[in-house]
Design a protein around this ligand. Structure first.
Ligand code: TRP
Ligand code: SF4
Length: 328
């Protein structure tokens, strides 16, 4: 069976953007492949090394959200990157053979330098991020890596690094393939992409009244000023979100908006109800899990044990091929 691998930075509680962008995809992959899902806590350091106080709690919250959503530690290997020190050692070796130019031309690197200019991220760790990512993938011989369009250059780098290793030390590392994830884009309450840092997110754990309150704040068709004005659903993010959560009644919402049969307040009320309903099962399970705070750590430890068995084997072979020393 092909092995899928993907990691996420621990950002704490997950929101609807994560749900429609990644989680549903992960659930789908879990039933088809052997999956490795990991908490990329070292990766979080590449941009957020200055304040690390939330790392552990954020990791637990993310894992509990994963479990409540249906990721199953019996089926998938769920672990924390920093619990697999073999990854760091492999990253060191891969760093030796990765030309600087490959890292400097990485479009995400260039973009982030501009975007995060309030943080000092012209660091060795941030530039080397794709090397660490390559180590994550190559250490478990990941065959398939689900990525969004924007992450494709990173995966290409992992492939190049694998090829370089193989041409120097003999064919051993598996060149990973991308699976382009068909995750949907979820607008936040202000119409921009949903993100915790934009303060426009609806969290999976939000209660129905909280969801209602947030949805009522959402931006709509700016041309629809009065209740009697016909609306333009195609420019309204409320409608875009209906497309994800009220798919069965979408035509109706569309005509009633265009013909000013429904007002924005009621339209949003309907949306809040659809979202709350879609989250109802999750919320129940997540509440049960909150009563077992030690569970996240248990799952991570068990997953780390499984990941490390594979990682140690890969690292032993890598060391042997590089003549580092005989002991594993
Ligand atoms: N790059 C991903 C992010 O920024 C996290 C990540 C780290 C990853 N290593 C990976 C994703 C390996 C896929 C495969 O969130
Ligand atoms: Fe948007 Fe709904 Fe208002 Fe139409 S009725 S503009 S879809 S919120």
């Amino acid at each position: 069976m092909k092995r899928v691998l993907t990691g996420y930075r621990p950002t704490g509680r997950l929101h609807l953007g994560h749900m429609v962008g990644n989680l549903q995809n992960m659930l789908d992959l879990q039933s088809k492949y052997e999956c490795h899902f990991f908490v990329a806590d070292w990766h979080a350091l590449t941009t957020d090394y200055a304040d690390t106080t939330k790392l552990i709690d954020f990791s637990y919250e993310m894992v509990l959200d994963w479990l409540a959503f249906g990721l199953d530690p019996e089926k998938s290997v769920i672990y924390r990157q920093s619990d697999v020190p073999e990854v760091a050692e492999l990253a060191l070796y891969l760093g030796m053979l990765t030309p600087l130019a490959w890292l400097e031309r990485n479009p995400t690197y260039k973009e982030q330098l501009v975007e995060l200019k309030n943080r000092e991220i012209t660091t060795y760790g941030f530039l080397g991020y794709p090397v660490l990512q390559a180590a994550d993938i190559l250490i478990v011989h990941g065959d398939l890596v689900p990525v969004g369009e924007d992450q494709l250059p990173h995966l290409e780098l992992s492939r190049e690094i694998a090829r370089r290793f193989n041409s120097l030390y003999g064919d051993y590392l598996t060149e990973p393939q991308a699976i382009l994830s068909k995750g949907k884009r979820m607008p936040g309450t202000d119409g921009r992409k949903m993100s915790k840092s934009y303060n426009n997110a609806i969290f999976l754990t939000d209660e129905p009244d909280e969801i209602y309150r947030k949805v009522q704040k959402m931006v709509t068709d700016p041309a629809r000023v009065r209740r009697s004005d016909p609306g333009h659903p195609d420019v309204c993010s409320v409608f875009a979100v209906h497309g994800i959560f009220t798919a069965h009644e979408l035509k109706k919402v569309e005509t009633e908006c265009r013909e000013a049969v429904i007002g924005c307040t009621d339209c949003k009320k309907l949306l809040a109800a659809s979202i709350s309903e879609a989250l109802a099962d999750f919320r129940g399970r997540r509440l049960d899990l909150s009563e077992r705070p030690e569970l996240a750590e248990e799952v991570l430890q068990d997953g780390a044990g499984r990941a490390r068995r594979i990682a140690a084997e890969t690292l032993g072979e890598v060391r042997a091929r590089m003549h580092i020393c005989r002991t594993k």
